[in-house]
Write a protein of this length. Structure first.
Lengths: 159, 752
C-alpha cells in the first residue's frame, strides 16, 4: 500500500483495517504519534489528514490512501505547525509531554481552519486529554497564536 | 509520632526488607530496623548491593563527580540525574542546582536518567526514588556540592595548565578566568583533565552565598520543551530493539485468578502475525510481529480462569465486590480504633460542648490514568545479560526484584529508565502492576526481545487505585461558636499497608496524613484509624493520604464554622493566630483573590457564585487555596482557583507555577469527576470513555502566589493538590446550602 506521509511516498505492508497509528509506530518507526486509549477518547494519536486533525488510533490505514498525512515529526516543516511549536516552547506548555504531540496537531489544525479562533473556538477544538493539566498553558499558547492579548496577571512571588 | 522527614537519619542504610513509605510523615528509617513501620516499596527484598556498598563506605552517594557529569568539548554538560522526569520539571531543576555551583548555564545541560547504582542513592544519601515530592528538597545540598566539586576540579586543571595558583582563578559561566592575565579556558577544553583529578572532599569546597545565585530561584526555561513539542521525546513505549517481538496481554478479570485453559488456542495461533500464545501467571499474552496483530488476537481470546485454591496471602478480588457496598461498610463497620494524634480530652470536651456536630465523609477509589500506558521491553543478550526498559520511579528497587525473578546477579542486568509519560505515583514496585515480569518471561520463552504494551483496558484493570475511606467526625463548639474539640475516625486501609497486603508493626501514617498534621489550635482532638482492608490493589496517588484527608478535615471545619456562625476565613485566622507562617500564607491567598469574600454574590455574567477556602500542610510545604464556583445545569462549575504556596525556599518559580496548576487540575478532577467504581469484582470503567477526567473546557484559571518564608525546603510536585478539593466543596456548600461530604461532586445534583 502506498501512503503519502509528511510529503514522502511510503510503501507499507499492512492489512487495510490496521489503524494508521500502528502503521506509523511499528511499520514506519515514527513514534512521535502516541498511543493513549485506542478508542479516540484522548487524542494522543492525533495526526493531520489533508490538514484536518484526525485520531489515528481508529483510522483504518486504507482510508488514508491518496491523502496527505502529516505527523508530529514534520510539524515544523508546516508554517502553521512551526508557529505552534514556537508558542508551545514560549509558553512552556508540556509537562510529561506524552499528550503534547496530539495537542500540537490539534492546535495546528484549528489555526489552519481559523487564524483567529475565539476563546469559544479554542475550548471547542482543544479537546485532547492531558493528565498533567497543562490546559491553562495550552489556552495561553493558542490565544497568543490567535493574537489575543493576555489580560490575566501572572502569579506573584513574595520573598 | 514516627520519625519524620525532618529528622530522618542521613547516611543510614535502609534496613533489610524495610522499604520506604513515600508519604509526608512516613520516613520510618529509624534505628528500629526491620520493625520500623509499614513496609512497601520492594517489600521483602534483601538490601541491594548498592545500598550495602554505600553503607560500607565504599561509595558515598552523590559525590563521585565523573559518575554524574560529562563536560563535552563543545561545552555541553551531560548530567546523570538520580530523578526521573515525568513532567514535574526535575530535569531542569537539577541543571539549575548543579549548574549554579558548577557555574555553567542550565541551558547548556543535557540531562539523562542515571543508571542504577550506589552513586545515585541521593535521597537522604540512602535511597533513590522519584516520589514524595522529595527530589529537590532531599538532594539540594548534595547536588550543589557535586557542582561545586566539579568546578573546583576545573579550577585545579586550569591552574595546572596555566601554571598559576588555583586561588588566582575564578569562573564565568562555562569558563575558568585568570583575571591577572585576562586569559580564559573553556570548561569543554579542560574537562578531560579535570574529571581525571581526584574529587575534593565534599565539605572542603564552599558553596555559593544564595544572594549570589544566578539561576536558582529564577524562572529558568525547561530543557525538554522543544523535544516534547515535536514528538522527539522518547518514552518506554517508544523503545525499539532490532528483531523484537510485540506482545499484548489479557489479564484475569479479577486479581488472584489464574489461567485454566485457552479454549481457542489453535484459532488464535492461526491468526495473522501471531507468533505464539503464552499463558502467564494471571494473564495470557499473545506475541506477534506487530503489536496490532497481538492486540487484535487478544480480543478473540477465550480463556477459562481458575479460582485460587486458597486466597491466603493473596490480594484477592472476590466476584461480588462492589465499591458502593464497601463505602457503606466503611461508614458503619466496628472494630479496633487506633489513635494517631491526640491532644487534651476529646471525650470530655465533646460532652461539655455547647453544640455537637457529627458527620460521616466519604472518598472514592481513583485511577492514576497517566496518559502513557504501561509497557516494558526485555532483551536477553547473547552473553546472558538482560537489558530492560520500562517506566519506573525507583530503579534500584526494581533491579532487586528483577534479580530475584531471573536469578541473575544485579550487575548482569541493565535497567533503562526512559522519560515517564506521566506518573502521579503509578510506577513504584507495586505487585501485579507493571508489565516488566511478563516481558522478561516472554523474552525468555521466545528467545527474542519482547515489548509488552498494556492497552488502556488492561491498564484500568491492573492500575492499583488510591484508597477509599469513610471518616466519622465529631466536633464540639463552645457557647461562642468556637471549635473546642474535633474527633476523626477514618475507616480505611492506608496505601502503604495495602501495597504490603498486611499491616506493619506500626500504623500506616500515609492512611491519615492530612487528618493528622493539621495546624489549627483546637485544644482537644483525636485522629484515629479503624483498619479495614479493601480488595482492590491500592497505591500511592499524587499527594497520597493528603489527596483525600485534607478534603475531609477542611470541609468538616467549614461545617463547624457554619454551625458556630463563623466566617470560614476568619475562623481559620483565629485558629492560626499563633502561627505567623500560616497567617501570612492564608492572607496571601485572600489577597491574591482580591480580598476574601465568601458570597454568594452575583458575578458580572449574572451567575450566582460563592467562594470556599482550605489549607493543607503536605510534603513539607504549606498551602492555602480559594475556589470560586457556580452551578450550571445542576452541576458545579469552578471559575477560578487562587493558591498561595509556601515551600520555604525555591529553585524555579515558573516550574512551581506549572506544578500548582497541574496539581490543581488533578485535585479538581478528583473532586468534580473521578471515581474508580467496582461492580461484581470488576472495575466499571476500562477506558477514558467511562472514566471522565479534567478537560480543557472545565479548567478554571489558576492563580499562584509563592511565599518564601525561609522555612526548611518543602516539596512541590504534590502539595498544590490537597487544598483544592475542599476549597471547591466549601464553595459549593456555601453557594447551595447543601452539605458536601463525598467526592466526586458529579454524583450529586445541585439547585442553583
Amino acid at each position: 500500500m502506498q501512503l503519502e506521509i509528511n510529503g514522502e511516498s511510503r510503501t507499507v505492508e499492512a492489512d487495510g483495517d490496521t489503524p494508521l497509528l500502528w502503521v506509523l509506530r511499528d511499520d514506519l518507526g515514527m513514534t512521535g504519534t502516541k498511543f493513549g486509549c485506542g478508542i479516540a477518547q484522548c487524542g494522543g494519536c492525533s495526526v493531520l489528514i489533508d490538514g484536518v486533525v484526525t485520531r489515528s488510533c481508529v483510522t483504518p490505514v486504507d482510508s488514508v490512501a491518496g491523502k496527505a498525512v502529516t505527523t508530529i515529526e514534520a510539524i515544523e516543516k508546516d508554517p502553521v505547525g512551526q508557529r505552534v511549536v514556537e508558542a508551545w516552547v514560549r509558553h512552556q506548555v508540556p509537562q510529561c509531554g506524552y499528550c503534547q504531540s496530539g495537542q500540537v496537531m490539534a492546535a495546528t489544525s484549528l489555526l489552519k481552519q481559523n487564524q483567529t479562533p475565539s476563546d469559544e473556538d479554542i475550548v471547542a477544538s482543544m479537546i485532547n486529554l492531558c493528565r498533567c493539566g497543562t490546559y491553562n498553558a495550552i489556552k495561553r499558547a493558542v490565544r497568543d497564536l490567535a493574537g489575543h492579548r493576555e489580560n490575566e496577571p501572572a502569579g506573584g512571588h513574595e520573598a | 509520632m514516627s520519625t519524620t522527614l525532618d529528622n530522618a537519619p542521613a547516611g543510614e542504610a535502609l534496613p533489610t526488607g524495610d522499604p520506604v513509605n513515600i508519604s509526608r510523615r512516613g520516613f520510618m528509617l529509624g534505628a528500629a530496623g526491620a520493625s520500623a513501620g509499614a513496609l512497601v516499596l520492594g517489600f521483602g527484598l534483601p538490601v541491594d548491593a548498592a545500598r550495602a556498598q554505600a553503607a560500607a563506605g565504599k561509595i558515598v552517594p552523590g559525590t563521585r563527580v565523573p559518575a554524574f557529569l560529562e563536560i563535552r568539548p563543545d561545552g555541553k554538560v551531560r548530567l546523570q540525574s538520580p530523578f526521573m522526569e515525568g513532567g514535574q520539571g526535575v530535569m531542569t531543576a537539577m541543571a539549575q542546582i548543579v549548574g549554579e555551583e558548577l557555574d555553567a548555564d542550565p541551558a547548556s545541560f543535557i540531562v539523562d536518567h542515571a543508571p542504577t547504582g550506589p552513586d545515585y542513592q541521593v535521597v537522604f544519601g540512602t535511597m533513590r526514588i522519584t516520589g514524595g515530592s522529595m527530589s529537590v528538597r532531599t538532594s539540594y545540598t548534595t547536588m550543589r556540592r557535586l557542582g561545586a566539586c566539579a568546578r573546583q576540579m576545573l579550577l585545579q586543571a586550569a591552574a595546572k595548565r596555566m601554571n598559576v595558583p588555583v586561588a588566582s582563578l575564578t569562573t564565568q559561566p562555562g569558563h575558568v578566568i585568570h583575571a591577572a592575565s585576562g586569559k580564559s579556558l573553556a570548561y569543554g577544553d579542560l574537562a578531560k583533565e579535570a574529571l581525571d583529578l581526584p574529587v575534593p572532599a565534599v565539605d572542603s569546597v564552599p558553596l555559593k552565598d544564595p544572594a549570589q545565585f544566578r539561576w536558582i530561584g529564577k524562572p529558568v526555561a525547561r530543557l525538554d520543551m522543544h523535544d516534547k513539542s515535536t514528538g522527539r521525546a522518547q518514552y518506554s513505549i517508544d523503545q525499539h530493539v532490532d528483531g523484537m517481538l510485540h506482545a499484548a496481554v489479557l489479564h484475569a478479570p479479577r486479581l488472584g485468578l489464574t489461567v485454566g485453559a485457552v479454549r481457542n488456542l489453535d484459532q488464535i495461533k492461526a491468526m495473522k502475525g501471531v507468533h505464539s500464545v503464552e499463558p502467564l501467571g494471571g494473564a495470557v499474552a499473545v506475541v506477534a510481529q506487530r503489536w496490532w496483530h497481538a492486540r487484535r488476537a487478544i480480543d478473540s481470546l477465550q480463556v477459562d480462569w481458575k479460582e485460587p485454591a486458597s486466597t491466603d496471602g493473596l490480594r484477592y478480588m472476590p466476584a461480588d465486590f462492589s465499591s458502593e457496598a464497601h463505602s457503606q461498610l466503611l461508614a458503619t463497620v466496628q472494630g479496633r480504633i487506633e489513635d494517631a494524634e491526640t491532644a487534651g480530652d476529646v471525650d470530655g470536651a465533646l460532652k461539655s460542648a455547647h453544640t455537637l456536630v457529627s458527620a460521616t465523609y466519604h472518598s472514592q477509589f481513583l485511577n492514576h490514568a497517566q496518559m502513557e500506558p504501561p509497557s516494558a521491553l526485555a532483551h536477553f543478550l547473547p552473553d546472558g545479560r538482560l537489558e530492560l526498559w520500562f517506566p519506573n520511579q525507583s530503579p534500584d528497587m526494581f533491579l532487586a526484584l528483577i534479580a530475584k525473578q531471573t536469578g541473575l546477579p544485579p550487575e548482569k542486568i541493565t535497567l533503562h529508565s526512559p522519560l515517564l509519560g506521566g506518573f502521579f505515583g503509578r510506577h513504584f514496585t507495586y505487585p501485579n502492576a507493571s508489565p516488566y515480569p511478563q516481558a522478561i518471561e516472554l523474552a525468555k520463552r521466545t528467545g527474542a526481545p519482547v515489548k509488552v504494551i498494556w492497552h488502556r483496558e488492561e491498564e484500568f484493570l491492573r492500575d492499583p487505585v488510591r484508597p477509599m475511606a469513610a471518616v466519622r467526625f465529631r466536633g464540639g463548639l463552645d457557647a461562642s461558636g468556637m471549635p473546642i474539640a474535633l474527633e476523626a475516625v477514618s475507616a480505611t486501609e492506608g496505601p502503604t499497608e495495602g501495597i504490603a497486603n498486611k499491616r506493619g508493626d506500626k500504623r500506616d501514617d500515609s492512611a491519615l496524613e492530612g487528618l493528622t498534621g493539621k495546624r489549627y489550635a483546637i485544644g482537644n482532638k483525636r485522629i484515629a484509624q479503624l483498619y479495614q482492608k479493601a480488595p482492590p490493589a491500592v497505591a500511592y496517588w499524587r499527594s497520597v493520604g493528603n489527596s483525600m484527608n485534607d478534603f475531609f478535615y477542611e470541609v468538616f471545619l467549614d461545617e463547624l464554622a457554619a454551625k458556630g456562625g463563623k466566617d470560614p476565613y476568619e475562623l481559620r485566622l483565629h485558629l492560626l493566630r499563633d502561627n505567623a507562617r500560616l497567617t501570612t500564607l492564608i492572607k496571601a491567598a485572600a489577597d491574591l483573590s482580591g480580598g476574601w469574600k465568601a458570597g454568594p454574590y452575583t458575578a458580572p455574567d449574572g451567575s450566582r457564585r460563592a467562594r470556599g477556602i482550605a489549607m493543607a500542610s503536605p510534603f513539607g510545604t504549606e498551602t492555602a487555596a480559594i475556589a470560586e464556583v457556580s452551578i450550571k445545569d445542576k452541576q458545579v462549575v469552578v471559575h477560578e482557583v487562587w493558591q498561595a504556596i509556601d515551600p520555604g525556599s525555591i529553585v524555579n518559580p515558573a516550574i512551581i507555577d506549572a506544578q500548582v496548576n497541574s496539581a490543581a487540575a488533578l485535585g479538581l478532577s478528583q473532586v468534580l469527576l473521578e471515581e474508580a467504581a467496582y461492580k461484581d469484582g470488576m472495575p466499571v470503567a476500562r477506558n477514558f470513555d467511562g472514566y471522565p477526567i479534567m478537560t480543557l473546557d472545565r479548567m478554571p484559571a489558576v492563580h499562584v502566589r509563592i511565599v518564601e518564608s525561609g522555612a526548611k525546603m518543602g516539596g512541590i510536585g504534590e502539595p498544590g493538590l490537597p487544598a483544592v478539593p475542599p476549597a471547591v466543596a466549601n464553595a459549593v456548600a456555601r453557594l447551595t446550602g447543601q452539605p458536601v461530604r463525598s467526592m466526586p461532586l458529579s454524583r450529586m445534583t445541585f439547585a442553583a
